[in-house]
Design a binder for this molecule. Structure first.
Ligand code: NAG
Ligand code: NAG
Ligand code: NAG
Length: 419
């Protein structure tokens, strides 16, 4: 069978011609857009002279990095002066300057094809719904990606390419928040403390002692990561991916990781092991800008966190018994302020990560809900029961704002009751 040719990296003549053609079309379209804008602006100005100041905010006049024919969304390609380019873009879109420092795009996704497990796609739908709910409550944007952005970067390495493209597609966002598809947000009220990370560019869950003393490659988890949309991150992504399948030394990197970490036996280079390597061996270059969060469940391993859900149900009910304010009905958009209020009582009651707080993110690492082939170290149905419970636990927080509750956490199709 003839191997299917993948048009990458768009090298042949015909494609070059096509590219030229597209470029010319783009130029003409650009000119028309600019002309239309100028025209409509002058029209607007002449008819609404008294209130014309800055009203037509998002009219795409003015040149930005998007007009650079050399701009490449592809991982591995060089991009320079990204911070200036982003700032320049924002200048042309003044409506987005306010709040820019805290703007977040949640990025998640799954394989381009149907799931192997008959219930896999239903799980994916509900896992996606969970993230959409959180984003709606917190005013975040979300992109669910179903494509591999580089033919060599699939499965274990798809992430960096999607992050790079998202940074360029969303210059208005300060943070790109990668969340693995199998991670469930189990505290809908919790707001990421972005202020705490103002001096860092990458935030992920990790324990310094595990990484630097035990040299463990699972001392961090690369399944949930905040990336600041800046030049530093662009450079980081290129360095990161240079240890992946696009590198001629891909196999060698896998062996290097086995000899670097005390607990890695599988000689495959994965994004997480490469990130761990950058922390451990290239700390001077990257380390000071990477924050290892372990104070709360930035992502917590499900094996433990599923048990904490029950504890949280009890402690939250106890607090509500004392604080009637927290039982009031309210609009969904007030969820965050009620979260802040609840925080005061959680703090007072001394409830910690393992003793009564809702885990922020419960991550079903190794469960593979799409393929249905979980890691054999997990007993029978513990993965599926855990995911079901976490999803329903989170959904109850959402349903409550809509006036309902599902008492049976083990069954999504069990009835809901008015509260
Ligand atoms: C685009 O890249 C080519 C080749 O690197 C370079 O010669 C050209 O000056 C670049 N164009 C712009 C607009 O930067
Ligand atoms: C609720 O109030 C009672 C009585 O003051 C107190 O003993 C209990 O610890 C409080 N519970 C919580 C969760 O604050
Ligand atoms: C879940 O609840 C529905 C509706 O009550 C019921 O038909 C179904 O059998 C339940 N599933 C399980 C696994 O208990």
């Amino acid at each position: 069978m003839k191997k299917q040719k993948i048009p990458w990296p768009f090298g042949n003549k015909k494609e070059k011609l096509n590219a030229w053609f597209s470029f010319v079309i783009a130029l003409v379209t650009g000119a028309v857009v600019v002309a239309t804008c100028v025209y409509s602006f002058s029209f607007y100005y002449s008819t609404n002279n008294f209130q014309a100041s800055g009203e037509i905010k998002d009219c795409p006049y003015g040149h930005t990095f998007y007009d650079d024919p050399n701009l490449s969304y592809s991982i591995g390609d060089l991009i320079e002066n990204w911070d200036e380019k982003r700032a320049e873009w924002l200048k042309h879109h003044p409506g987005y300057i306010d709040g820019a420092a805290n703007r977040v795009l949640l990025l998640t996704g799954s394989q381009p094809s149907q799931c192997g497990s008959p219930v896999g796609d239903f799980f994916l739908l509900r896992l996606f719904k969970n993230k959409v709910d959180y984003c709606r409550i917190h005013g975040y944007d979300i992109f669910y990606n179903n494509a591999y952005f580089h033919p060599k970067l699939d499965k274990l390495w798809a992430k960096p390419a999607a992050i790079r493209a998202s940074m360029l597609a969303h210059p208005e966002a300060e943070w790109i928040w990668w969340v693995d598809v199998d991670a469930v947000i189990t505290n809908m009220e919790f707001k990421i403390p972005l202020e705490k990370y103002k001096n860092h560019n990458i935030i992920l869950n990790g324990r310094p002692d595990e990484v630097f003393e035990k040299r463990s490659w699972v001392g961090i988890n690369a399944g949930v990561v905040l990336f600041r949309n800046c030049q530093w991150t662009m450079d980081f992504l290129n360095a990161w991916v240079s240890m992946g399948p696009i590198s001629p030394d891909f196999q060698r990197w896998g062996r290097i990781f086995v000899s670097t970490f005390s607990d890695k036996t599988d000689p495959r280079s994965t994004d997480q092991s490469a990130l761990g390597y950058m922390l451990l061996k290239q700390y001077d270059k990257w380390g000071s800008k990477i924050y290892l969060e372990n104070d709360y469940c930035f992502q917590c391993y499900w094996d433990m966190a599923v048990d904490w859900l029950k504890k949280a149900t009890n402690s939250y009910a106890n607090i509500e018994m004392n604080v009637s304010e927290l039982k009031r009905r309210h609009a969904e958009l007030d969820t965050q302020s009620y979260g802040d209020l609840r925080e005061i009582y959680l703090e007072q009651g001394g409830y910690g990560k393992k003793t009564g707080r809702r885990p922020f993110i419960t991550h079903f690492t190794g469960c593979s809900p799409c393929s249905g082939k979980h890691n054999p170290i997990y007993d029978g149905d513990s993965c599926w029961e855990g995911i079901e419970k976490a999803l329903n636990f989170a959904d109850n927080q959402v349903l409550r704002n809509f006036g309902f509750l599902r008492p049976d956490l083990s069954n999504a199709s069990s009835p809901v009751y008015p509260i």
